[in-house]
Design a protein around this ligand. Structure first.
Ligand SMILES: NC(=O)c1ccc[n+]([C@@H]2O[C@H](COP(=O)([O-])OP(=O)(O)OC[C@H]3O[C@@H](n4cnc5c(N)ncnc54)[C@H](OP(=O)(O)O)[C@@H]3O)[C@@H](O)[C@H]2O)c1
Length: 355
């Protein structure tokens, strides 16, 4: 808004009814108001959390020359640091979220990428999905490539006992990071999809992540460290026609994660929700949005989404990967009336899924 206002003022000064004879002076006087928003935009583009810096270990050390001398540290300063355990004190990723990470929905697409990038950070992995063959191949590949231990658990996450079985199968290891990535999306007109489909969305996208967060999260809490990452979607931030129930399930994950982030952040457990826009995964491509309105040109890659999500752990409650998606999320949520935002989603999704 600042940028727009200054540009309007400069235009008026250059070409308006009362144009200034000394445009250079006016321009220089307004320059800071041009540079400031541009710097802000640049930082937003370059960094997921442009205005927050993690606390470095050195920040917590006394800076006096004699380390044995007593230091006077104000109680307020000490408390402010002690009260923010979610800001990582430059511990390694594996120290904070290892030694094991569990990826629910790991056999393909984004989940397989989560597995790859977590393995690259040195974490052992528990991989869960239905397609046992894909899981085994992925597990063997990652174990050979990164020298980590990988456990594969073929499991349908829509089943009511899924979380309990996974909790049993991991009771002998320390799962320091839970990534719930699996989802079912019943795309299409609400009444053309069966009630069973909608209920399946609830079990896969809400019931099982809730149960896994509850069981594995308790173990993290007892250890005083860990991380929980739930995959949500930009479709969750307002009503989204043609994926109405899917979007509602994703809103559940968004709100759950946000609340838990605040509740657990003082106890060493970082909770994060990743609200992604379109991602070019096999599932997204197979959903065959109509060619004319297909968002594939704008779709993010799984690599960038996962990197962005993992980088966001411990820095705040949510991540929206991609500058363009962050801007559109901001506009949809804060600039447009909600009804208009829902109508825009309706037009986009109608074009994608009914044309
Ligand atoms: N793609 C996008 O454009 C996009 C946009 C925003 C948000 N997201 C979110 O990002 C996440 C991943 O998306 P994606 O496109 O990679 O999804 P996907 O291709 O459908 O992959 C999901 C993974 O979850 C597993 N899975 C699905 N249902 C399961 C079930 N009932 N039990 C066990 N595993 C199950 C799949 O493996 P099996 O089939 O082997 O079980 C697969 O490994 C989802 O949470 C989605 O909502 C995606």
């Amino acid at each position: 808004m600042l940028l727009t206002n200054v540009l309007i003022i400069l235009y008026e000064e250059a070409y308006g009814l009362h144009a200034t004879p000394n445009f250079t002076v006016v321009f220089l006087a307004n320059l800071p108001w041009l540079v400031f928003p541009l710097v802000i935009l640049l930082r937003m583009g370059l960094d997921e959390r442009p205005f927050i810096h993690p606390v470095r270990q050195s920040d917590l050390q006394p800076s006096h020359s004699n380390p044995s001398a007593p230091v006077e540290v104000s109680q307020e300063a000490t408390l402010s640091k002690v009260r923010r355990p979610n800001l990582p004190v430059q511990k390694s990723f594996a120290d904070h979220y290892g030694p094991w990470a569990l990826v629910a929905g790991a056999s393909a697409g984004l989940g397989a990428e989560f597995a790859e990038q977590l393995a690259a950070r040195g974490l052992n992995l528990v991989l869960v999905a239905r397609r046992a063959g894909l899981l085994k191949t992925l597990a063997e590949g990652l174990s050979a490539k990164y020298g980590i231990v990988v456990r594969d658990i073929p499991q349908d996450l829509a089943e009511s006992q899924a979380a309990e079985r996974i909790a049993q199968a991991t009771r002998d290891i320390e799962v320091g990071l839970l990534v719930y990535n699996a989802a079912f999306s019943a795309i299409g007109s609400f009444f053309q999809r069966s009630l069973d489909d909608h209920l399946l969305e609830l079990s896969t996208n809400c019931r099982t992540p809730l149960a896994l967060v509850h069981t594995l999260g308790q173990r993290m809490l007892a250890r005083g460290r860990g991380g929980i990452l739930l995959m949500s979607s930009l479709s969750a931030r307002q009503g989204s026609p043609y994926i109405a129930n899917y979007a509602a399930t994703k809103a559940y994950n968004w709100i759950l994660a946000e609340g838990l982030w605040e509740e657990l952040r003082r106890q060493g457990v970082d909770v994060l929700v990743c609200c992604a826009g379109a991602i070019s995964t096999p599932n997204y491509d197979a959903s065959a949005p109509s060619r004319s309105s297909r968002l594939s040109g704008a779709a993010s890659t799984p690599q960038t989404v996962v990197a962005s999500a993992l980088a966001g752990l411990g820095k705040g409650p949510e991540v929206v990967p991609g500058f363009g998606y962050r801007l559109s999320a901001f506009a949809m949520q804060h600039l447009l009336p909600r009804e208009l935002a829902v109508r825009i989603m309706g037009n986009v999704l109608r074009g994608m899924y009914t044309a």
